[in-house]
Design a protein around this ligand. Structure first.
Ligand code: BTN
Length: 319
């Protein structure tokens, strides 16, 4: 009901009387008043006048389904589940995926108590200053072909940041989003699969949006950056998330159509890895070489100094 009232207020865009709202929704004027107060507690600014009724003024920047706009019919984000606090959006997304949630369901949280990064690392996400979310996918693909989904996700993120904020980020293979050599965001892809069959994939994305430098833990302060630090002003998390989900829908369709080359070309445009000397920690070994390209399955091709060309599918690189 509260959200139906919000919809009416937003559509009206001028004063509307409590009586008109109550008639439109077939509820009492007291109920309307109660829900309007709840919306105010949620952070909405709604003006009221005893003569004219209510008028919508401003929405809070909470990336939930009320504030994220995506095109009609889009599957990615058709269901958005928003939490004030959760352990990890990836954990919750895996839980609901096991229970059968729809392809494209998005889990987003204001704070994560145990946000996780790649290679068993922690991901600092203890404030509402970031965009912390996970997308559940049910691709008809072989498990070994999935790496390109992570590359597609980083393409969706960097293109959305460029389109909505005009900031051009870099991508460090496979999925670190970088500005000025510092980490803006990352992607943690997890899956449930059997030989030859994928049950589901969870793509977890974390983006530092509105942190100031001192909000990062001391240990990562030298290495982390936020969009606000880069732009000099607070950015809208809801706008950016809407744009990422819409871009991801498009690029994910490309994955299903086997357009890996096109996706990798788009990824390479933002790459800060290709053509650079890299140090790779891989299967307890360390190699130094030049990153040459990304293969159609997403693996990084490195011409190593020992003369061997290696295709790296996992691990950590230093550029
Ligand atoms: C990395 O670069 O190491 C990946 C970081 C991924 C963080 C995101 S935040 C939303 C989702 N939930 C998690 O617990 N992790 C991912």
């Amino acid at each position: 009901m509260k959200n139906q009232i919000l919809k009416i207020l937003k559509e009206e865009d001028k004063y509307i009387s409590g009586e008109d709202i109550s008639k439109a929704l077939n509820v009492s004027r007291t109920a309307v008043w109660k829900h309007i107060n709840e919306l105010r507690k949620d952070g909405y600014t709604i003006e009221s006048s005893s003569k004219k009724g209510y008028r919508f003024l401003e929405a809070p920047d909470i990336p939930d389904k009320r504030e994220i706009s995506i095109p009609q019919g889009q599957m990615i984000g058709a269901d958005i589940q928003h939490f004030d606090e959760i352990d990890s959006t990836n954990n919750y997304a895996k839980k609901i995926a096991n229970e059968g949630c729809a392809h494209g369901t998005v889990v987003v949280a204001e704070k994560q108590t145990t946000g996780r990064g790649r290679i068993g690392r922690q991901w600092q996400s203890d404030t509402s200053e970031g965009i912390w979310f996970s997308i559940v996918l049910r691709p008809e693909m072989k498990p070994e072909d999935l790496q390109v989904i992570t590359l597609a996700a980083s393409v969706a993120v960097v293109e959305a940041i460029e389109e909505t904020l005009g900031i051009v980020c870099g991508i460090k293979w496979p999925n670190d989003i970088i500005i000025d050599g510092k980490k803006l965001g990352g992607i943690l892809t997890e899956l449930s699969a059997e030989p030859g069959h994928v049950n589901y994939v969870v793509v977890g994305i974390g983006i530092n949006a509105n942190q100031d430098l001192e909000h990062f833990d001391y240990e990562i302060r030298q290495k982390a950056i936020s969009l606000k630090m880069c732009k000099g002003e607070t950015v809208s998390r809801s706008n950016l998330l809407g744009s990422i989900l819409t871009n991801f829908e498009e690029v994910y369709k490309g994955v299903l159509l086997g357009k890996n080359k096109e996706i990798i070309d788009r990824w390479t445009k933002y790459s800060v890895t290709i053509g650079k000397e890299v140090k790779i920690a891989y299967r307890n070994m360390e190699y130094i070489g030049t990153a040459q390209s990304v293969a159609s399955d997403g693996r990084l091709i490195v011409q190593c100094k020992d003369g061997v060309t290696r295709e790296i599918s996992a691990g950590e690189i230093q550029v």
